[in-house]
Write a protein that binds this ligand. Structure first.
Ligand code: DGJ
Length: 742
């Protein structure tokens, strides 16, 4: 058992040798938070880490007492985890310990995605019940510690257990009090086509936060926050992370108080949230994952990647090799017919590509983005014999057939909108704000989810479809639920997210063999909640190799390569206009779930040969990319920003692929010694240039047999200058393959 309860000290110690979380019931019954981080010996009292001597709060108002789930109005002036108004409108709360349960395994969260265990031996769960006597508000705080992972899952259930109703205003999934503020906050920020850039801010007194109020989680900020020590890097040093398993509005915040202690909280964004609880009714928060590492940000990534890939993603595609796909979007946009699609698929198949994905424009009369969303009926002008016929022509080639859908949307020009204008989100009497000429359906309404489940199921059953790209191309404005009473409008956003999850759940249940990829104009909803339904996501609409170095680097902080769709597209790149070599585009896209986003019939013979070689290279190393360990080596956000390097090591560590990139060429470049990671120091590796690089003089100094110790300590030598840097140009990339030979 990884959870120790010391009745004498009233102390809980969750410990698995990889991290410790220590809680204590203070004398006044409130639940204290004594330690989160490095593993500490069990069998000992740590009560001295809390306020000592502790005599209640009466004379200690405003002191930095560390709490597990702080509430306002009774002497703690830092940001709260829970704000609720009772029948009298008062918001002061004093949560007191009532009892606790410790069980093996991890119970599911009702209606919400969460991490899970396959056997009870994989985790233990502590549930601490707290109660506020005057209001009758009860809280079940859940803490699951995974046996073999440096991670803890947290969530809370709030119940109106008294005679009166309650109004929840803030309900965080996790709150953690840390004893000092010597941290740098690491977040992922960006915009459409520029997602997940790493942003670092040293903590200072006051609050630092990131959030979303858009109805989806993540292009501007990801529901992920890490704290690292100022000296922590990728491979060494202490770091903590917080991830929210949720796909809607969120808040991630760190507050440093007057005493130099830090409170971190993460949960549903409070400004856009409210929930009414009638007596006897409860509310459960999304799950938060807290990870700790003393092996740097890379150590955090290791823990999160394995947890998200193996115990958050689920279903038949969780462990299966993901197909190399080609998507017709940038090849044709809305302008295609069946023969054009089949021609693309046929050429792609000849090059070894395994799955053809038909993107937007196959339904209604959608020749541009201003119509037909909601009318999930095949457009017979483009596909006269129907979807089934074109899907069969593709599958007869020996490829899978995939399809794009955007179920949450409706166009004003659609039969669905004409029939049900009130299904589109909006405030009665107020104009709706359009975005991309489309409106959002209110998935908080069960009849809308029922309709979509039937309409999408009919399409999925009509053709041999093995993959779905589920897109979502705008944010929610004029949030208002027609089905909700005026005093319950705060529930709108969360009910919307629950509706999305419900729709996913029903479709997956009916079509368990389909591989779902989530998308929201690229990475606007790349979050752990989505990964529980769709094991991979379209990382960004931006397929420019150089921008992708940054996007994929940042995304990889919390998310595994198996979740990151990454494609080679045509040049000039459609998002940036940049022209990069096709080898560079592939060398970046390999580090993800690989595919293409171009017209292969328009490629030159040489480019086709390149593509065929790339496809076979990825197929050969697929397990390494999709199930191996990823190590970030040289950052595009720090140091020499034009030089980037990363590597993936096979699950059994017998082989690895290293990607080395130079964005802009430099005269007289400095010599690079890239120190590799994750290898066996004692082993001998044969190092070769990946793809057709064997004859490249730049590679030669490295090709040969090297010990793991040398590669990790002396590094791979990249010495461009001595080999005519001028001929290398910008946007240079090279892959190195390591094979263990002794
Ligand atoms: C946005 C997606 O991210 C693109 O890949 C493409 O599917 C378009 N939508 C289609 O409208």
């Amino acid at each position: 058992m990884t959870i120790e309860w010391r009745a004498d000290d009233r102390q809980f110690h969750l410990a698995n040798g990889r991290l410790s979380l220590i809680l204590r019931v203070y004398e006044d019954g409130s639940l204290g938070h004594l330690h989160l981080g490095a593993p500490l010996p069990t069998g000992r009292s740590y009560r001295h880490l809390g306020p000592d001597p502790f005599e209640g709060f009466s004379n200690r108002v405003g002191d930095p007492v560390p709490f597990a789930y702080p509430t306002p109005g009774t002497g703690d002036f830092r940001v709260p985890a829970l704000v609720a108004a009772g029948a009298d409108g008062a918001t002061a709360l004093s949560l007191r310990y009532r009892d606790h349960r410790i069980t093996a395994g991890k119970p599911p969260l009702d209606g919400l995605p969460s991490t899970y265990t396959e056997t009870d031996a994989e985790a233990d769960t502590l549930v601490v019940a707290l109660v506020d006597e005057p209001t009758g508000l009860e809280v079940d705080l859940r803490f699951t510690i995974f046996t073999d992972r440096a991670a803890i899952a947290r969530s809370a259930t709030i119940r109106a257990a008294g005679v009166a109703a309650l109004d929840l205003r803030t309900v965080m999934s996790v709150s953690v009090d840390l004893p000092d503020a010597d941290w740098v906050m690491v977040g992922l920020a960006g915009a459409w086509a520029r997602e997940a850039h790493v942003v670092e801010r040293a903590l200072v007194p006051g609050r630092l936060s990131s959030s979303s109020t858009r109805g989806v989680s993540s292009a501007q900020h990801n529901p992920f926050l890490a704290l690292r020590r100022p000296t922590t890097g990728e491979a060494a040093g202490e770091a903590l992370s917080f991830s929210l398993v949720y796909s809607g509005n969120f808040l991630a915040e760190a507050e440093v108080d007057a005493f130099g202690t830090t409170r971190v909280r993460l949960g549903i964004e409070p400004e856009t949230f409210g929930w009414h609880l009638e007596p006897g009714v409860s509310f459960t928060t999304p799950e938060a994952i807290v990870a700790w590492s003393d092996a740097g940000l890379g150590g955090l990534s290791d823990t999160l990647h394995a947890l998200f890939r193996d115990r958050l993603a689920r279903g038949r595609w969780r462990d299966r090799p993901r197909p190399i796909l080609i998507n017709n979007w940038e090849a044709t946009y809305f302008d295609f017919d069946a023969d054009r699609l089949v021609a693309i698929a046929r050429t792609a198949h000849e090059l070894g590509i395994e799955l053809f994905v038909l993107d937007d424009g196959w339904f209604g009369h959608r020749d541009s983005d201003d119509s037909s969303l909601g009318d999930w009926v095949v457009d017979r002008r483009k596909l006269p014999d129907g979807l089934g016929a074109v899907a069969e022509r593709v599958t007869e080639l020996g490829m899978g057939f995939g399809l794009w859908i955007e179920p949450e949307m409706v166009s004003a020009d659609s039969d669905l909108f004409r029939a049900h204008p009130d299904w589109a989100i909006g405030v009665p009497g107020r104009a709706r704000t359009e975005s991309r000429q489309q409106l959002v359906l209110d998935l908080g309404r069960p009849e809308v989810v029922d309709h979509l489940a039937d309409a999408i199921s009919a399409i999925l059953a009509s053709a041999p479809i093995s993959y779905i790209k589920w897109d979502m191309n705008r944010y929610v404005t004029e949030p208002y639920g027609l089905g909700l009473a005026p005093d319950r409008q705060g529930e709108f956003f969360h009910r919307y997210v629950l509706g999305v999850y419900e729709l996913y759940r029903r479709l997956i249940e009916r079509f368990p063999d389909i591989l779902f990829e989530s998308c929201a104009s690229g990475g606007a909803r790349f979050d752990p909640g989505m990964l529980a339904f769709a094991p991979q996501a379209w990382t960004s609409d931006d397929t420019d190799a150089i921008e992708r170095l940054r996007i994929q680097w940042g995304t990889s902080l919390p998310y595994p390569l198996s979740s990151m769709g990454a494609h080679v597209s045509a040049v000039p790149n459609h998002q940036t206009g940049r022209i990069t070599p096709i080898g560079t585009r592939a060398a970046v896209a390999f580090f993800g779930v690989f595919g293409y986003e171009l017209d292969p019939t328009a490629l030159s013979d040489a480019e086709r040969a390149d593509v065929a070689a790339q496809v076979s290279f990825y197929a050969r190393h697929r397990e390494t990319f999709q199930r191996g360990r990823f190590h970030r080596l040289e950052s595009p956000f720090a140091g020499r920003r034009d030089e980037v390097a990363w590597m993936a090591v096979a699950p059994d560590a017998t082989s690895a692929v290293v990607g080395v990139y130079r964005i802009l060429n430099q005269p007289s470049p400095e010599v690079r010694h890239i120190r590799l990671r994750g290898l066996d120091r004692e082993a001998i590796y044969r190092v070769s240039g990946g793809l057709a690089a064997e004859d490249d003089i730049v590679v030669r100094p490295n090709v040969g047999e090297r010990t793991g110790a040398e590669l990790m300590s002396a590094g791979l030598l990249i010495d461009l200058e001595r080999h005519d840097a001028a001929t290398l140009g910008d946007f240079w990339a090279r892959l190195f393959v390591l094979e263990r030979v002794g």
